[in-house]
Design a binder for this molecule. Structure first.
Ligand code: TRP
Length: 371
C-alpha cells in the first residue's frame, strides 16, 4: 500500500521499480538479507511492527507481498504487531461512516490469512491514546524542513505548496514514528517507498536517546526488512489497487475471480513466455499463477507455452481459487462472527494500550515532565 497519500488530495505515488544503481537501496537489500538470516537464528530478538491503512479489502497483491511474510515471521516465533492506521485515512473518505467496516474487514483478512491473535497483536492506533501522545515529544525532535523533505510529503506539498494538504497529513511520518516506537519495535517490514519514513523514525529514536537518555539508549533504532516479494500488477497491467477495479480481493468469490482473470489484459503473441520487461501483463499473470502454485514463473510459462493466453487464464483462475479456498472459507466464518472480530481488536487495543502507557510514563520520566 502506498504510504501517506490521501487520494482525496493527490493521486498515490507510483511504486518505483527497483533501480540496481541506487546504492542506499542495495545497501538496504543487503542488510535485509542479513536480518533474514538473523531472524532464523534468533527470532526472539526481534519485535516487528507493520501496519496497513484501512482503505478496503486486502487483495492477492497483499497476500503474496506482505501478509504471507507476516504469517511466516509469526510462525518463526517473532513477536509481530499489526497496526491498523485509521488516522491515516480519516481525510480520504467521502463518508467517515465506512471506516468501521473497513477496519473489521482488515481484521477478518488478517485472521483468514493466518495471523493468530494468540501470538500476535492486531490493533487500531486511534484507540491507543498514549501512543498518540508520543507524537508531541517526537514532533519536538524534528524540524518542519526535515518533515517536508520526506518524498511522499514533498510530493503532496509540492503541487500546491501545502494548500490542499492537512497538517495531520504533513506530520504522518512523525505519527508513524510513534506507531513504531511505542512498543520498542526494532524491525519494520516495508516496501521501498516506505524507507524514507523509517529513516525519520530512526532519526527521532536517536535524537530522543541522545537528548533524554544519554549513554543508555531507550528507543531501539529500528531497521527495515525489505520485502523480497515481486510487485504484482492488477488485471489491467496497472498497479493493483482496489480503487482501480483491477484487484482480486481475498474475499472475492470464485466466479468474481474467474471474471477478473478472464478480463485481464494480455498481448498479441501466442506463445506464453515469462519476460517481465518485454511482456509485463503476461508475465504478471504467469507470476501470480506461479506464486499460487508454489512453482517458478519459468515452469508455468513452459507448461503453457503455445497453448496461449486462454490456457494461462484458465490455469490462473484454477490456481488462485484453489490456493484461496481455505482462506476464503475461514474468512467467511470470521465475517459471520462480528462479535469475535470485535473481541480480537479490543484485546489487541488493550495490549497495545498497556505497552504504550508504560512507554509514555517512562518517556515522561526521562523528559522530566512528571510533576
Ligand atoms: N503508512 C503505511 C502504509 O500506507 C501504514 C503504516 C502506518 C505503517 N503506520 C505504520 C507501516 C507503521 C509500518 C509501520 O502502508
Amino acid at each position: 500500500m502506498p504510504l501517506l497519500t490521501t487520494p482525496a488530495l493527490a493521486p498515490p505515488a507510483p511504486a518505483r521499480p527497483a533501480d540496481p544503481l541506487d546504492a542506499s537501496f542495495s545497501a538496504a537489500q543487503q542488510r535485509s538479507r542479513e536480518l533474514t538470516a538473523a531472524i532464523r537464528r534468533d527470532p526472539r530478538r526481534f519485535r516487528v511492527l507493520t501496519g496497513d491503512r484501512p482503505t478496503g479489502p486486502l487483495h492477492v497483491g497483499h497476500l503474496f507481498g506482505t501478509l504471507a511474510n507476516r504469517v511466516r515471521l509469526q510462525d518463526l516465533g517473532v513477536g509481530v504487531t499489526v497496526l491498523i492506521a485509521d488516522y491515516q485515512t480519516i481525510t480520504d473518505r467521502d463518508s467517515p461512516g465506512t471506516l468501521p467496516g473497513d477496519v473489521f474487514g482488515l481484521v477478518a483478512d488478517y485472521l483468514a490469512a493466518g495471523l493468530d491473535p494468540q501470538r500476535c497483536t492486531i490493533f487500531a492506533h486511534s484507540q491507543v491514546e498514549p501512543l498518540n501522545q508520543l507524537m508531541l515529544p517526537f514532533l519536538s525532535l524534528v524540524s518542519v524542513a526535515e518533515v517536508a523533505r520526506n518524498p511522499t510529503v514533498k510530493e503532496e506539498f509540492g503541487a500546491t505548496g501545502g494548500a490542499a494538504m492537512s497538517a495531520l497529513m504533513f506530520s504522518y511520518p512523525v505519527h508513524q514514528a510513534a506507531d513504531i516506537l511505542f512498543g520498542h519495535a526494532n524491525l519494520v517490514p516495508v516496501g521501498r517507498d516506505q524507507l524514507p519514513h523509517l529513516e525519520l523514525t530512526r532519526i527521532i529514536a536517536r535524537r530522543f536517546n541522545d537528548r533524554y537518555a544519554p549513554g543508555r539508549p531507550y528507543f531501539p533504532v529500528p531497521e527495515a526488512l525489505l520485502s523480497e516479494a515481486p510487485l504484482l500488477l492488477g488485471m489491467d497491467g496497472g498497479k493493483m489497487s482496489k480503487s482501480r477495479g483491477n484487484a482480486i480481493a481475498l474475499a472475492a468469490s470464485e466466479d468474481e475471480t474467474a471474471r477478473l482473470v478472464r478480463g485481464a489484459r494480455t498481448d498479441t503473441q501466442r506463445v506464453i513466455t515469462y519476460q517481465p520487461g518485454e511482456r509485463p501483463e503476461v508475465a504478471n499473470l504467469v507470476l501470480l499463477a506461479a506464486l499460487s502454485l508454489d512453482r517458478t514463473p519459468e515452469q508455468v510459462a513452459g507448461e503453457i507455452g503455445p497453448r496461449g493466453a486462454a490456457a494461462l487464464k484458465a490455469l490462473l483462475t484454477e490456481a488462485l481459487n484453489e490456493r484461496l479456498r481455505p482462506l476464503r472459507a475461514r474468512r467467511r466464518e470470521f465475517a459471520a462472527d462480528p462479535g469475535y472480530l470485535r473481541q480480537v481488536l479490543a484485546d489487541g487495543n488493550e495490549r497495545a494500550r498497556q505497552i504504550a502507557t508504560r512507554t509514555l510514563a517512562e518517556v515522561r520520566q526521562m523528559m522530566h515532565t512528571r510533576y
